[in-house]
Design a protein around this ligand. Structure first.
Ligand code: CA
Length: 453
């Protein structure tokens, strides 16, 4: 293994000077340079072939199964560039679909694969000739869910979102007293989670406005998106055991973008006293490439509590790790209306924010979720909750941006929105940047609203 800074997890794979022999990976603004190496599940379009594990590099996918079958990682004869047995067995897990086995393998295996792929895909690698035939253009593949997701939990980790939304639903008590003590979450539906490209009909539900004597069933008129990150779980815990915070840091496999589509009118009527139900279970979209926690290591920033806020209970205290417990992931939400699509106009930006504002860290979410003995499993998905920043224009939902529908948003082409209309597509994007390191991105998380059935 290369020399590695134990506290930061930064090693030779993060070197900003690395270039890839895959030319598109070296283009400025590319989401998938050789410093990223996210994992996903794909198959070639138009062919009868099974799902397989791949790695994104530039605008290509490296077909790991095909490369392994061809012995491409062994290197040409008489060179010492081949990978060791541990990396080879870990790569075989990364080549399989779904990725649950790879997620279960743990951090040492993830790092071995990352190092092997970095060395294989960087400029000057003796493996170039052997691996090049196993690249597939991303434009020619269909992406699948990265894992068989056993359970999906959505947290509520932006205090700014919680405060603004709380004020809209409960003007007298915007932030409930438990918020700053306990990472709030609820259990969501797995069956309606799909990767980018999801199209779904506007949900129907029970609606009851403040002036209505009784509810009626109708298509939601206040359909919204939520700009979130998703976290794929690595090794879990046995039932009854808890994952300690120190241990929790190495248990997250990686992150994706997540859009928790939300029907605000259904939500407002149904959420009391047990929380979200049909307002959020009809569709959830994630970006298909899982950016590993190893790839995110350079973009860690300090996590702290604002003066006057309670400190976390001991089982949630990041302690000495506070200096690097948060992640600065720049987030962006864009809207493409049907008219923009017809006119070939790019999606309009609605807001930008950063995951660094999250009130709770990824490790705190894992430690809290398992603290009662609830078993977490490899491939479980956590949503972080809507990642709104402190400023109004950094809000991660239309509910916040339009002040509960009172103030329409003007789009560049003159259209306006309070909530989503049929034909609207929401595109979420994210990237990390830091001086001295490469820029890495997450790819698009796109979903489109169809008319109600
Ligand atoms: Ca949510």
């Amino acid at each position: 293994m290369p020399e590695q800074h134990a506290a930061t997890g930064i090693d030779e794979t993060h070197d900003a000077g690395l270039r890839s022999w895959v030319a598109s990976a070296n283009q400025a603004g590319c989401d998938f340079p050789v410093q990223n190496l996210p994992h996903g599940v794909f198959r070639r379009g138009g062919r009868q072939e099974g799902w397989r594990g791949g790695v994104a590099i530039g605008d290509q996918v490296l077909d790991l199964a095909a490369a392994l079958d061809a012995g491409a990682f062994s290197g040409p004869p008489a060179t010492a560039c081949g990978i060791d047995a541990h990396a080879a067995s870990a790569l075989a897990l990364a080549a399989a679909a779904p990725l649950n086995g790879f997620m279960a393998a743990g951090q040492a295996s993830w790092r071995a694969v990352r190092l092997a792929l970095s060395r294989a895909l960087r400029a000057g690698s003796p493996l170039e000739a052997a691996l090049a035939p196993h690249l597939v253009p991303q434009a020619a593949v269909e992406m699948g869910l990265p894992a068989t997701i056993g359970d999906y939990t959505d947290f509520y980790a932006s205090v700014h979102h919680a405060t603004t939304v709380g004020a809209l639903f409960r003007p007298d008590a915007p932030l409930l007293p438990n918020y700053k003590w306990v990472p709030i979450g609820y259990h969501g539906r797995v069956s309606s989670i799909a990767v980018s490209g999801q199209r779904f009909p506007r949900p129907r539900g029970q609606l009851k406005g403040p002036a209505d004597a009784a509810p009626r069933q109708a298509p939601s008129a206040r359909l919204d998106y939520e700009l979130e990150m998703g976290i794929f779980m690595g090794p879990g815990n046995a039932s009854g055991d808890a994952i300690a915070l120190d241990d929790a840091r190495s248990r997250a496999f990686g992150m994706v973008l997540l859009n928790d589509w939300s029907a605000r009118d259904i939500q407002a009527w149904e959420y009391q006293p047990l929380g979200p139900f049909l307002a959020k279970s009809f569709a959830t979209t994630i970006s298909p490439w899982v950016v590993t926690m190893e790839a995110l290591a350079p973009y860690r920033v300090e996590w702290s509590r604002a003066a006057g806020d309670p400190q976390p209970l001991p089982y949630l205290d990041e302690g000495d790790a506070r200096a690097t417990a948060a992640l600065d992931i720049a987030l962006e939400a864009c809207l493409e209306t049907a008219r923009m699509r017809e006119r070939n106009q790019p999606p309009a930006r609605l807001s930008v924010s950063s995951f660094k504002h999250a009130y709770w860290t990824v490790a705190q979410m894992i430690a809290h979720h398992s603290s009662n003995g609830c078993p977490l499993q490899p491939g479980d998905l956590f949503g972080t909750g809507t990642q709104s920043g402190p400023a109004h224009e950094e809000a991660g939902s239309l509910l916040e941006l339009s002040l509960g529908g009172k103030q329409p948003i003007e789009l560049p082409d003159g259209e306006t929105r309070t909530f989503l209309e049929d034909g609207d597509a929401v595109v979420l994007r994210a990237h990390c940047e830091r001086a001295g390191f490469a820029r890495i991105g997450f790819g698009d998380c796109r979903g489109e609203v169809l008319p109600a059935r």
